[in-house]
Design a protein around this ligand. Sequence first.
Ligand code: B16
Ligand code: MG
Length: 219
Amino acid sequence: DIKGFTFDLDGVITDTAKFHEQAWHDLATELGVEWSDTLGSQLKGIGRMDSLNMILTAGGKQDQFSDDEKVAFATKKNTHYVALIQSITPDDILPGMTAFLEEIKAGGYLASIASASKNAPQILKKLGITNYFVGIVDPSTVSRGKPDPAIFVKAGELLNLQPKQIIGIEDASAGVQAIKAAGQTALGVGAATQSANPQLWVHDTADISLKMIATTLGS
Ligand code: B16
Ligand code: MG
């Protein structure tokens, strides 16, 4: 029986991707790397240093900077990003997600956050939904990013449940792969997750409900 949920943040609970994209775009431009929508979409769900390395590689500049310089670039992007997310309010919760969080709380299910973002606690606070979660995985304690299962394994441990009792919710293909590798049931949101074959799939966050899950899992 399902007793808990592990949630990705960006793309599942709120759309911070637009802020990440703007901050990376501006840094890339400053470094002389030409921006493209393809590059922007490749960065979704990818951790901070890995994202920077992808941008530098796209511009053929991966060997031009020291590790200290790279850390400084990533810090600059994050300072800009943190300034942008100050405008987040509870109105920025994606469609249906407040209702779903209420539904699982009322049903006695547990929830935790498996986000690659070091800014996740701040974002949940801005959205006013911190209290729905028993815990947030600190991504700096996870050495390998999604599709490695580690972050979802840790999010499951925060729930104190067995993988089989947990549904993980993700909007990225790498995230769905991570959930499945952690032994949890994957609920994919949106077209990008279809290639990873999640056990449950919805077009949009508005389609997520306990009823839809029970109907699809046949329980
Ligand atoms: P930060 P998720 C990910 O969040 C974002 O999708 C990705 O674009 C970002 O680079 C990553 O978090 C790290 O975020 O720079 O704030 O630590 O989808 O895993 O919730
Ligand atoms: Mg995501």
